[in-house]
Design a binder for this molecule. Sequence first.
Ligand code: ADP
Ligand code: MG
Length: 475
Amino acid sequence: MTSTDLQQWTRVRDRLRAEVGDDVYSSWFARMELEGSEGDTVKLSVPTRFLKSWIQSHYAERVLACWQAEECGFSRIELTVRSSIARIHGTIGKAPEILAPPRERDVRSKCADLRLPNGPIAGLHESLGGSPLDPRLTFDTFVIGRCNTLAHAAAKQVVIARRDEPVMFNPLYIHAGVGLGKTHLLQSLAWAGNASPDRKLLYLTAERFMYGFVSALRAQNALAFKEAVRSIDVLIIDDLQFLQGKSTQAEFCHTLNALIDAGRQVVIAADRPPSDLESLEERVRSRLAGGLVVEMGSLGEELRLEILRSRTAAAKLQHPGFDVPPPVLAFIAKTVTHNGRDLEGALNRLLAHSKLTGNPITLEMAEREIRDLIRPQEPKRIKIEDIQRIVARQYNVSRADLLSSRRTANVVRPRQVAMYLAKALTLRSLPEIGRRFGGRDHTTVLHAVRKIESLVSTDNTLADEIELLKRQLQE
Ligand code: ADP
Ligand code: MG
């Protein structure tokens, strides 16, 4: 290779970077190297077969055009996969950046002779051990509804993808609030994927990634790292929002790039979209957003009910006496609106209660048990004042009107709606609600609640208004 070749190569790279942008460049071309030239052919290499085929199918012409802009007479590009072993031994000082960040090199030279009983790679595998999986969290127990159809389908797709097929979307990034089934879905994926012996799926919480994976990598050399990465077909990282620290992030970014470049699937869950992961660097965020980003919404009432049913059925297998009447399930599905974790908690409460007291589960008992269970975890405490304010605004009356003893129709209905909402959305008792509505009797409140309940089933306009009010209050 002549020095002219090298100078031209530097300019070609700069040109390419300017054309495709930093992100694309660092994803696909950062590790492309010039091997030499022969006649009209310039020879380039990349470290993985996946990179090779990707560049060939997406960027071959562009790369050639960059060379031709140098007027160097090349009309062909030959792209090869360079052997990792030769590379690492031959150029240890400039091992691929992505795999061996500078800070790691010192560690690596110290550890170069480290030999674990089964050799460094087996040792690394051991230390790569994923986070424990909960046997209950499988696809069989995962209930599908409108809020999670897409995420579920994407996870299934990852499971059925074959090892040698190009990855459809990478990374797969799933985000949702607490208790909406991220961990359940990810663990289902890990169970299902690992059922086939020729694939290895590794499930790690971000915490485990920080304290286990990264340090295991640091203690190994770049070759072992590559081997380890190659041995993982799917890396699953849960709760990415907990990933902290600059160096951990750098390691994460290297791992992410290495896996994606090697054509390995990466699946990530977090409680917010990539753009809101404020502690992550912009380039990591954009890499995360570059695959498929799917949101899972709140569990709708039907889905909650379905989850409760399946949970109860499972519990019944172990505790045959455990019987939850359908109205109780419906009540829990309705009132425990927050998330799957609360649903589970509510059922556990009932189970404990029925085991300890031997009493059958009734609506009354459930109401009592569940209230005191969900009270401290309510995501947003809706205040009676807020209900009064929002209802008054909606119906164009004043809050004082709602509390007054006026009985004109334009005040009576909003007042009843407000009382009904107070009962439905807060944990206040009927007498307490009565007191807060200008010192009314609890029977008045009960009457209002029943009245609205019966109207809602026939009057669609009112039903819509109430839905709207609820949404405004819950936001
Ligand atoms: P996240 O990780 O999003 O905080 P989890 O996956 O831990 O939520 O879910 C919380 C609880 O709700 C678990 O018990 C889980 O099994 C249950 N759950 C959530 N979504 C579903 C679903 N679609 N089907 C069945 N169970 C679910
Ligand atoms: Mg979780």
